[in-house]
Design a protein. Structure first.
Length: 384
């Protein structure tokens, strides 16, 4: 296929605008954008030189007949938009979370499979350069047999961030949907894609947030924090989703005879003292990547029993899109692969709605939080 790929964007905020730039980077033509507010949609379309702007998704699909739709709205708005796009025969690029629960995500996966459509699921921080380097090192035997992975992150988010979709389960909010998806994708890309078991605990440490008008772009929401949180006229919205989680998982790896244990520990509201990190431990060494999403640098622990910082290989650096922002860079990497695949080129496997629906089912399991054993009635050994 040599024809230019035509793309329709759903969402006018940070993700929608970022997807637009990423598809243009990959050589596609962005033919339209749809948002819920007409004035905002027209303003974004004008600023980004997008020829079609509207608020009616179904009408836009009919008018434009795009090859691809790009879903950049909050997760609660994904299901109907994706279902309509599938009915129109569009390939689909979808940001995480895929939907708000496993059942709805599975439905979309099956519908897309039946229509033989290409899908891409953008838990895309697996394309961080140092994560790609770690994947290569593990495959080369740099840590021996993988045994354990540790992912620790504390974001210290302000509790006063205005109330919105991120505070509500039914709108795709929560740290599992918006942090764990990326962390799980990183680990599976390095260790192995087959997830054998999972268990976890979630906790809502926030409970409520101030309601503020005018918040449109997720990335600039901090600028809308109210000056006076004690203002009696200020209204508050209730959070109903997790802001902290602890997850244990077991993964199958072609590089190890036994399952690899993984710990994911994240506190969305809790401050960090030392750096967030991801560590891959093995029978003969370890790889330590600084940063919650593996931004680097990368250190290797080997036979000399010393931690040594390793430089990023030139070929990985050269294949990394040159743009500011980790999120924007990773969108460009995945979209480039997606476009090549649609055009008939051979590309390495990337995450699709298969993984997106699996991740939503895993999040459902973790949120059930029913793996505890009540030991409160066990007698202590020294009881007489």
């Amino acid at each position: 296929m040599n024809k230019t790929i035509r793309v329709l964007i759903h969402g006018t905020g940070f993700a929608g605008q970022g997807h637009t730039e990423a598809f243009r980077f990959a050589g596609a033509e962005v033919v339209g954008i749809v948002g819920r507010t007409e004035s905002v949609t027209r303003e974004v379309a004008n600023d980004m030189d997008i020829p079609y702007a509207g608020t009616d998704w179904e009408q836009a699909l009919t008018d434009l007949q795009p090859d691809i739709v790009s879903i950049g709205t909050p997760g609660g708005a994904h299901f109907d938009a994706i279902k309509s796009a599938i009915a129109h025969g569009c390939h689909i690029f979808c940001d995480k979370p895929m939907t708000v629960d496993g059942q709805s995500a599975e439905t979309l996966y099956q519908l897309a499979e039946e229509k033989q459509l290409k899908t891409a699921y953008a838990a895309s921080f697996r394309y961080m350069p140092h994560v790609l380097f770690a994947k290569r090192l593990v495959a080369q035997g740099a840590i021996g047999e993988p045994q354990e992975v540790e992912c620790i992150s504390h974001f210290g988010l302000e509790k006063e961030i205005p109330f919105g979709w991120s505070h509500r389960k039914e709108e795709g909010g929560g740290r599992l949907n918006n942090n764990f998806t990326h962390k799980l994708s990183i680990v599976t890309s390095v260790i192995g894609e087959e997830i054998l078991a999972v268990s976890g605990e979630v906790r809502d440490d926030l409970l409520k947030a101030p309601i503020v008008d005018g918040v449109h772009n997720f990335k600039t929401r901090r600028s809308h924090i109210p000056d006076d949180l004690n203002d009696p006229a200020l209204k508050w919205g209730d959070s109903n989703v997790e802001w902290s989680y602890t997850v244990l998982a077991k993964l199958k790896s072609e590089f190890a005879p036994r399952p690899v244990s993984v710990l994911f520990k994240h506190g969305g509201l809790h401050p960090r003292l030392k750096e967030d990190h991801i560590v891959f431990y093995g029978s003969e060494g370890a790889i330590y990547i600084s940063g919650h999403y593996g931004s680097g640098p990368l250190h290797h622990y080997g036979a000399d029993r010393q931690w040594t910082e390793l430089s990023l290989p030139e070929d990985i650096a050269a294949n990394t899109p040159d743009v500011d922002g980790d999120t924007e860079r990773n969108w460009r990497y995945l979209i480039r692969e997606f476009i090549k695949d649609i055009q008939g080129e051979d590309v390495p496997p990337y995450q699709t709605f298969r993984e997106g629906s699996q991740y939503q089912r895993l999040i459902d399991v973790i949120r059930e939080n029913d793996c505890w054993v009540d030991v409160s009635k066990l007698q202590s050994l020294d009881a007489s």
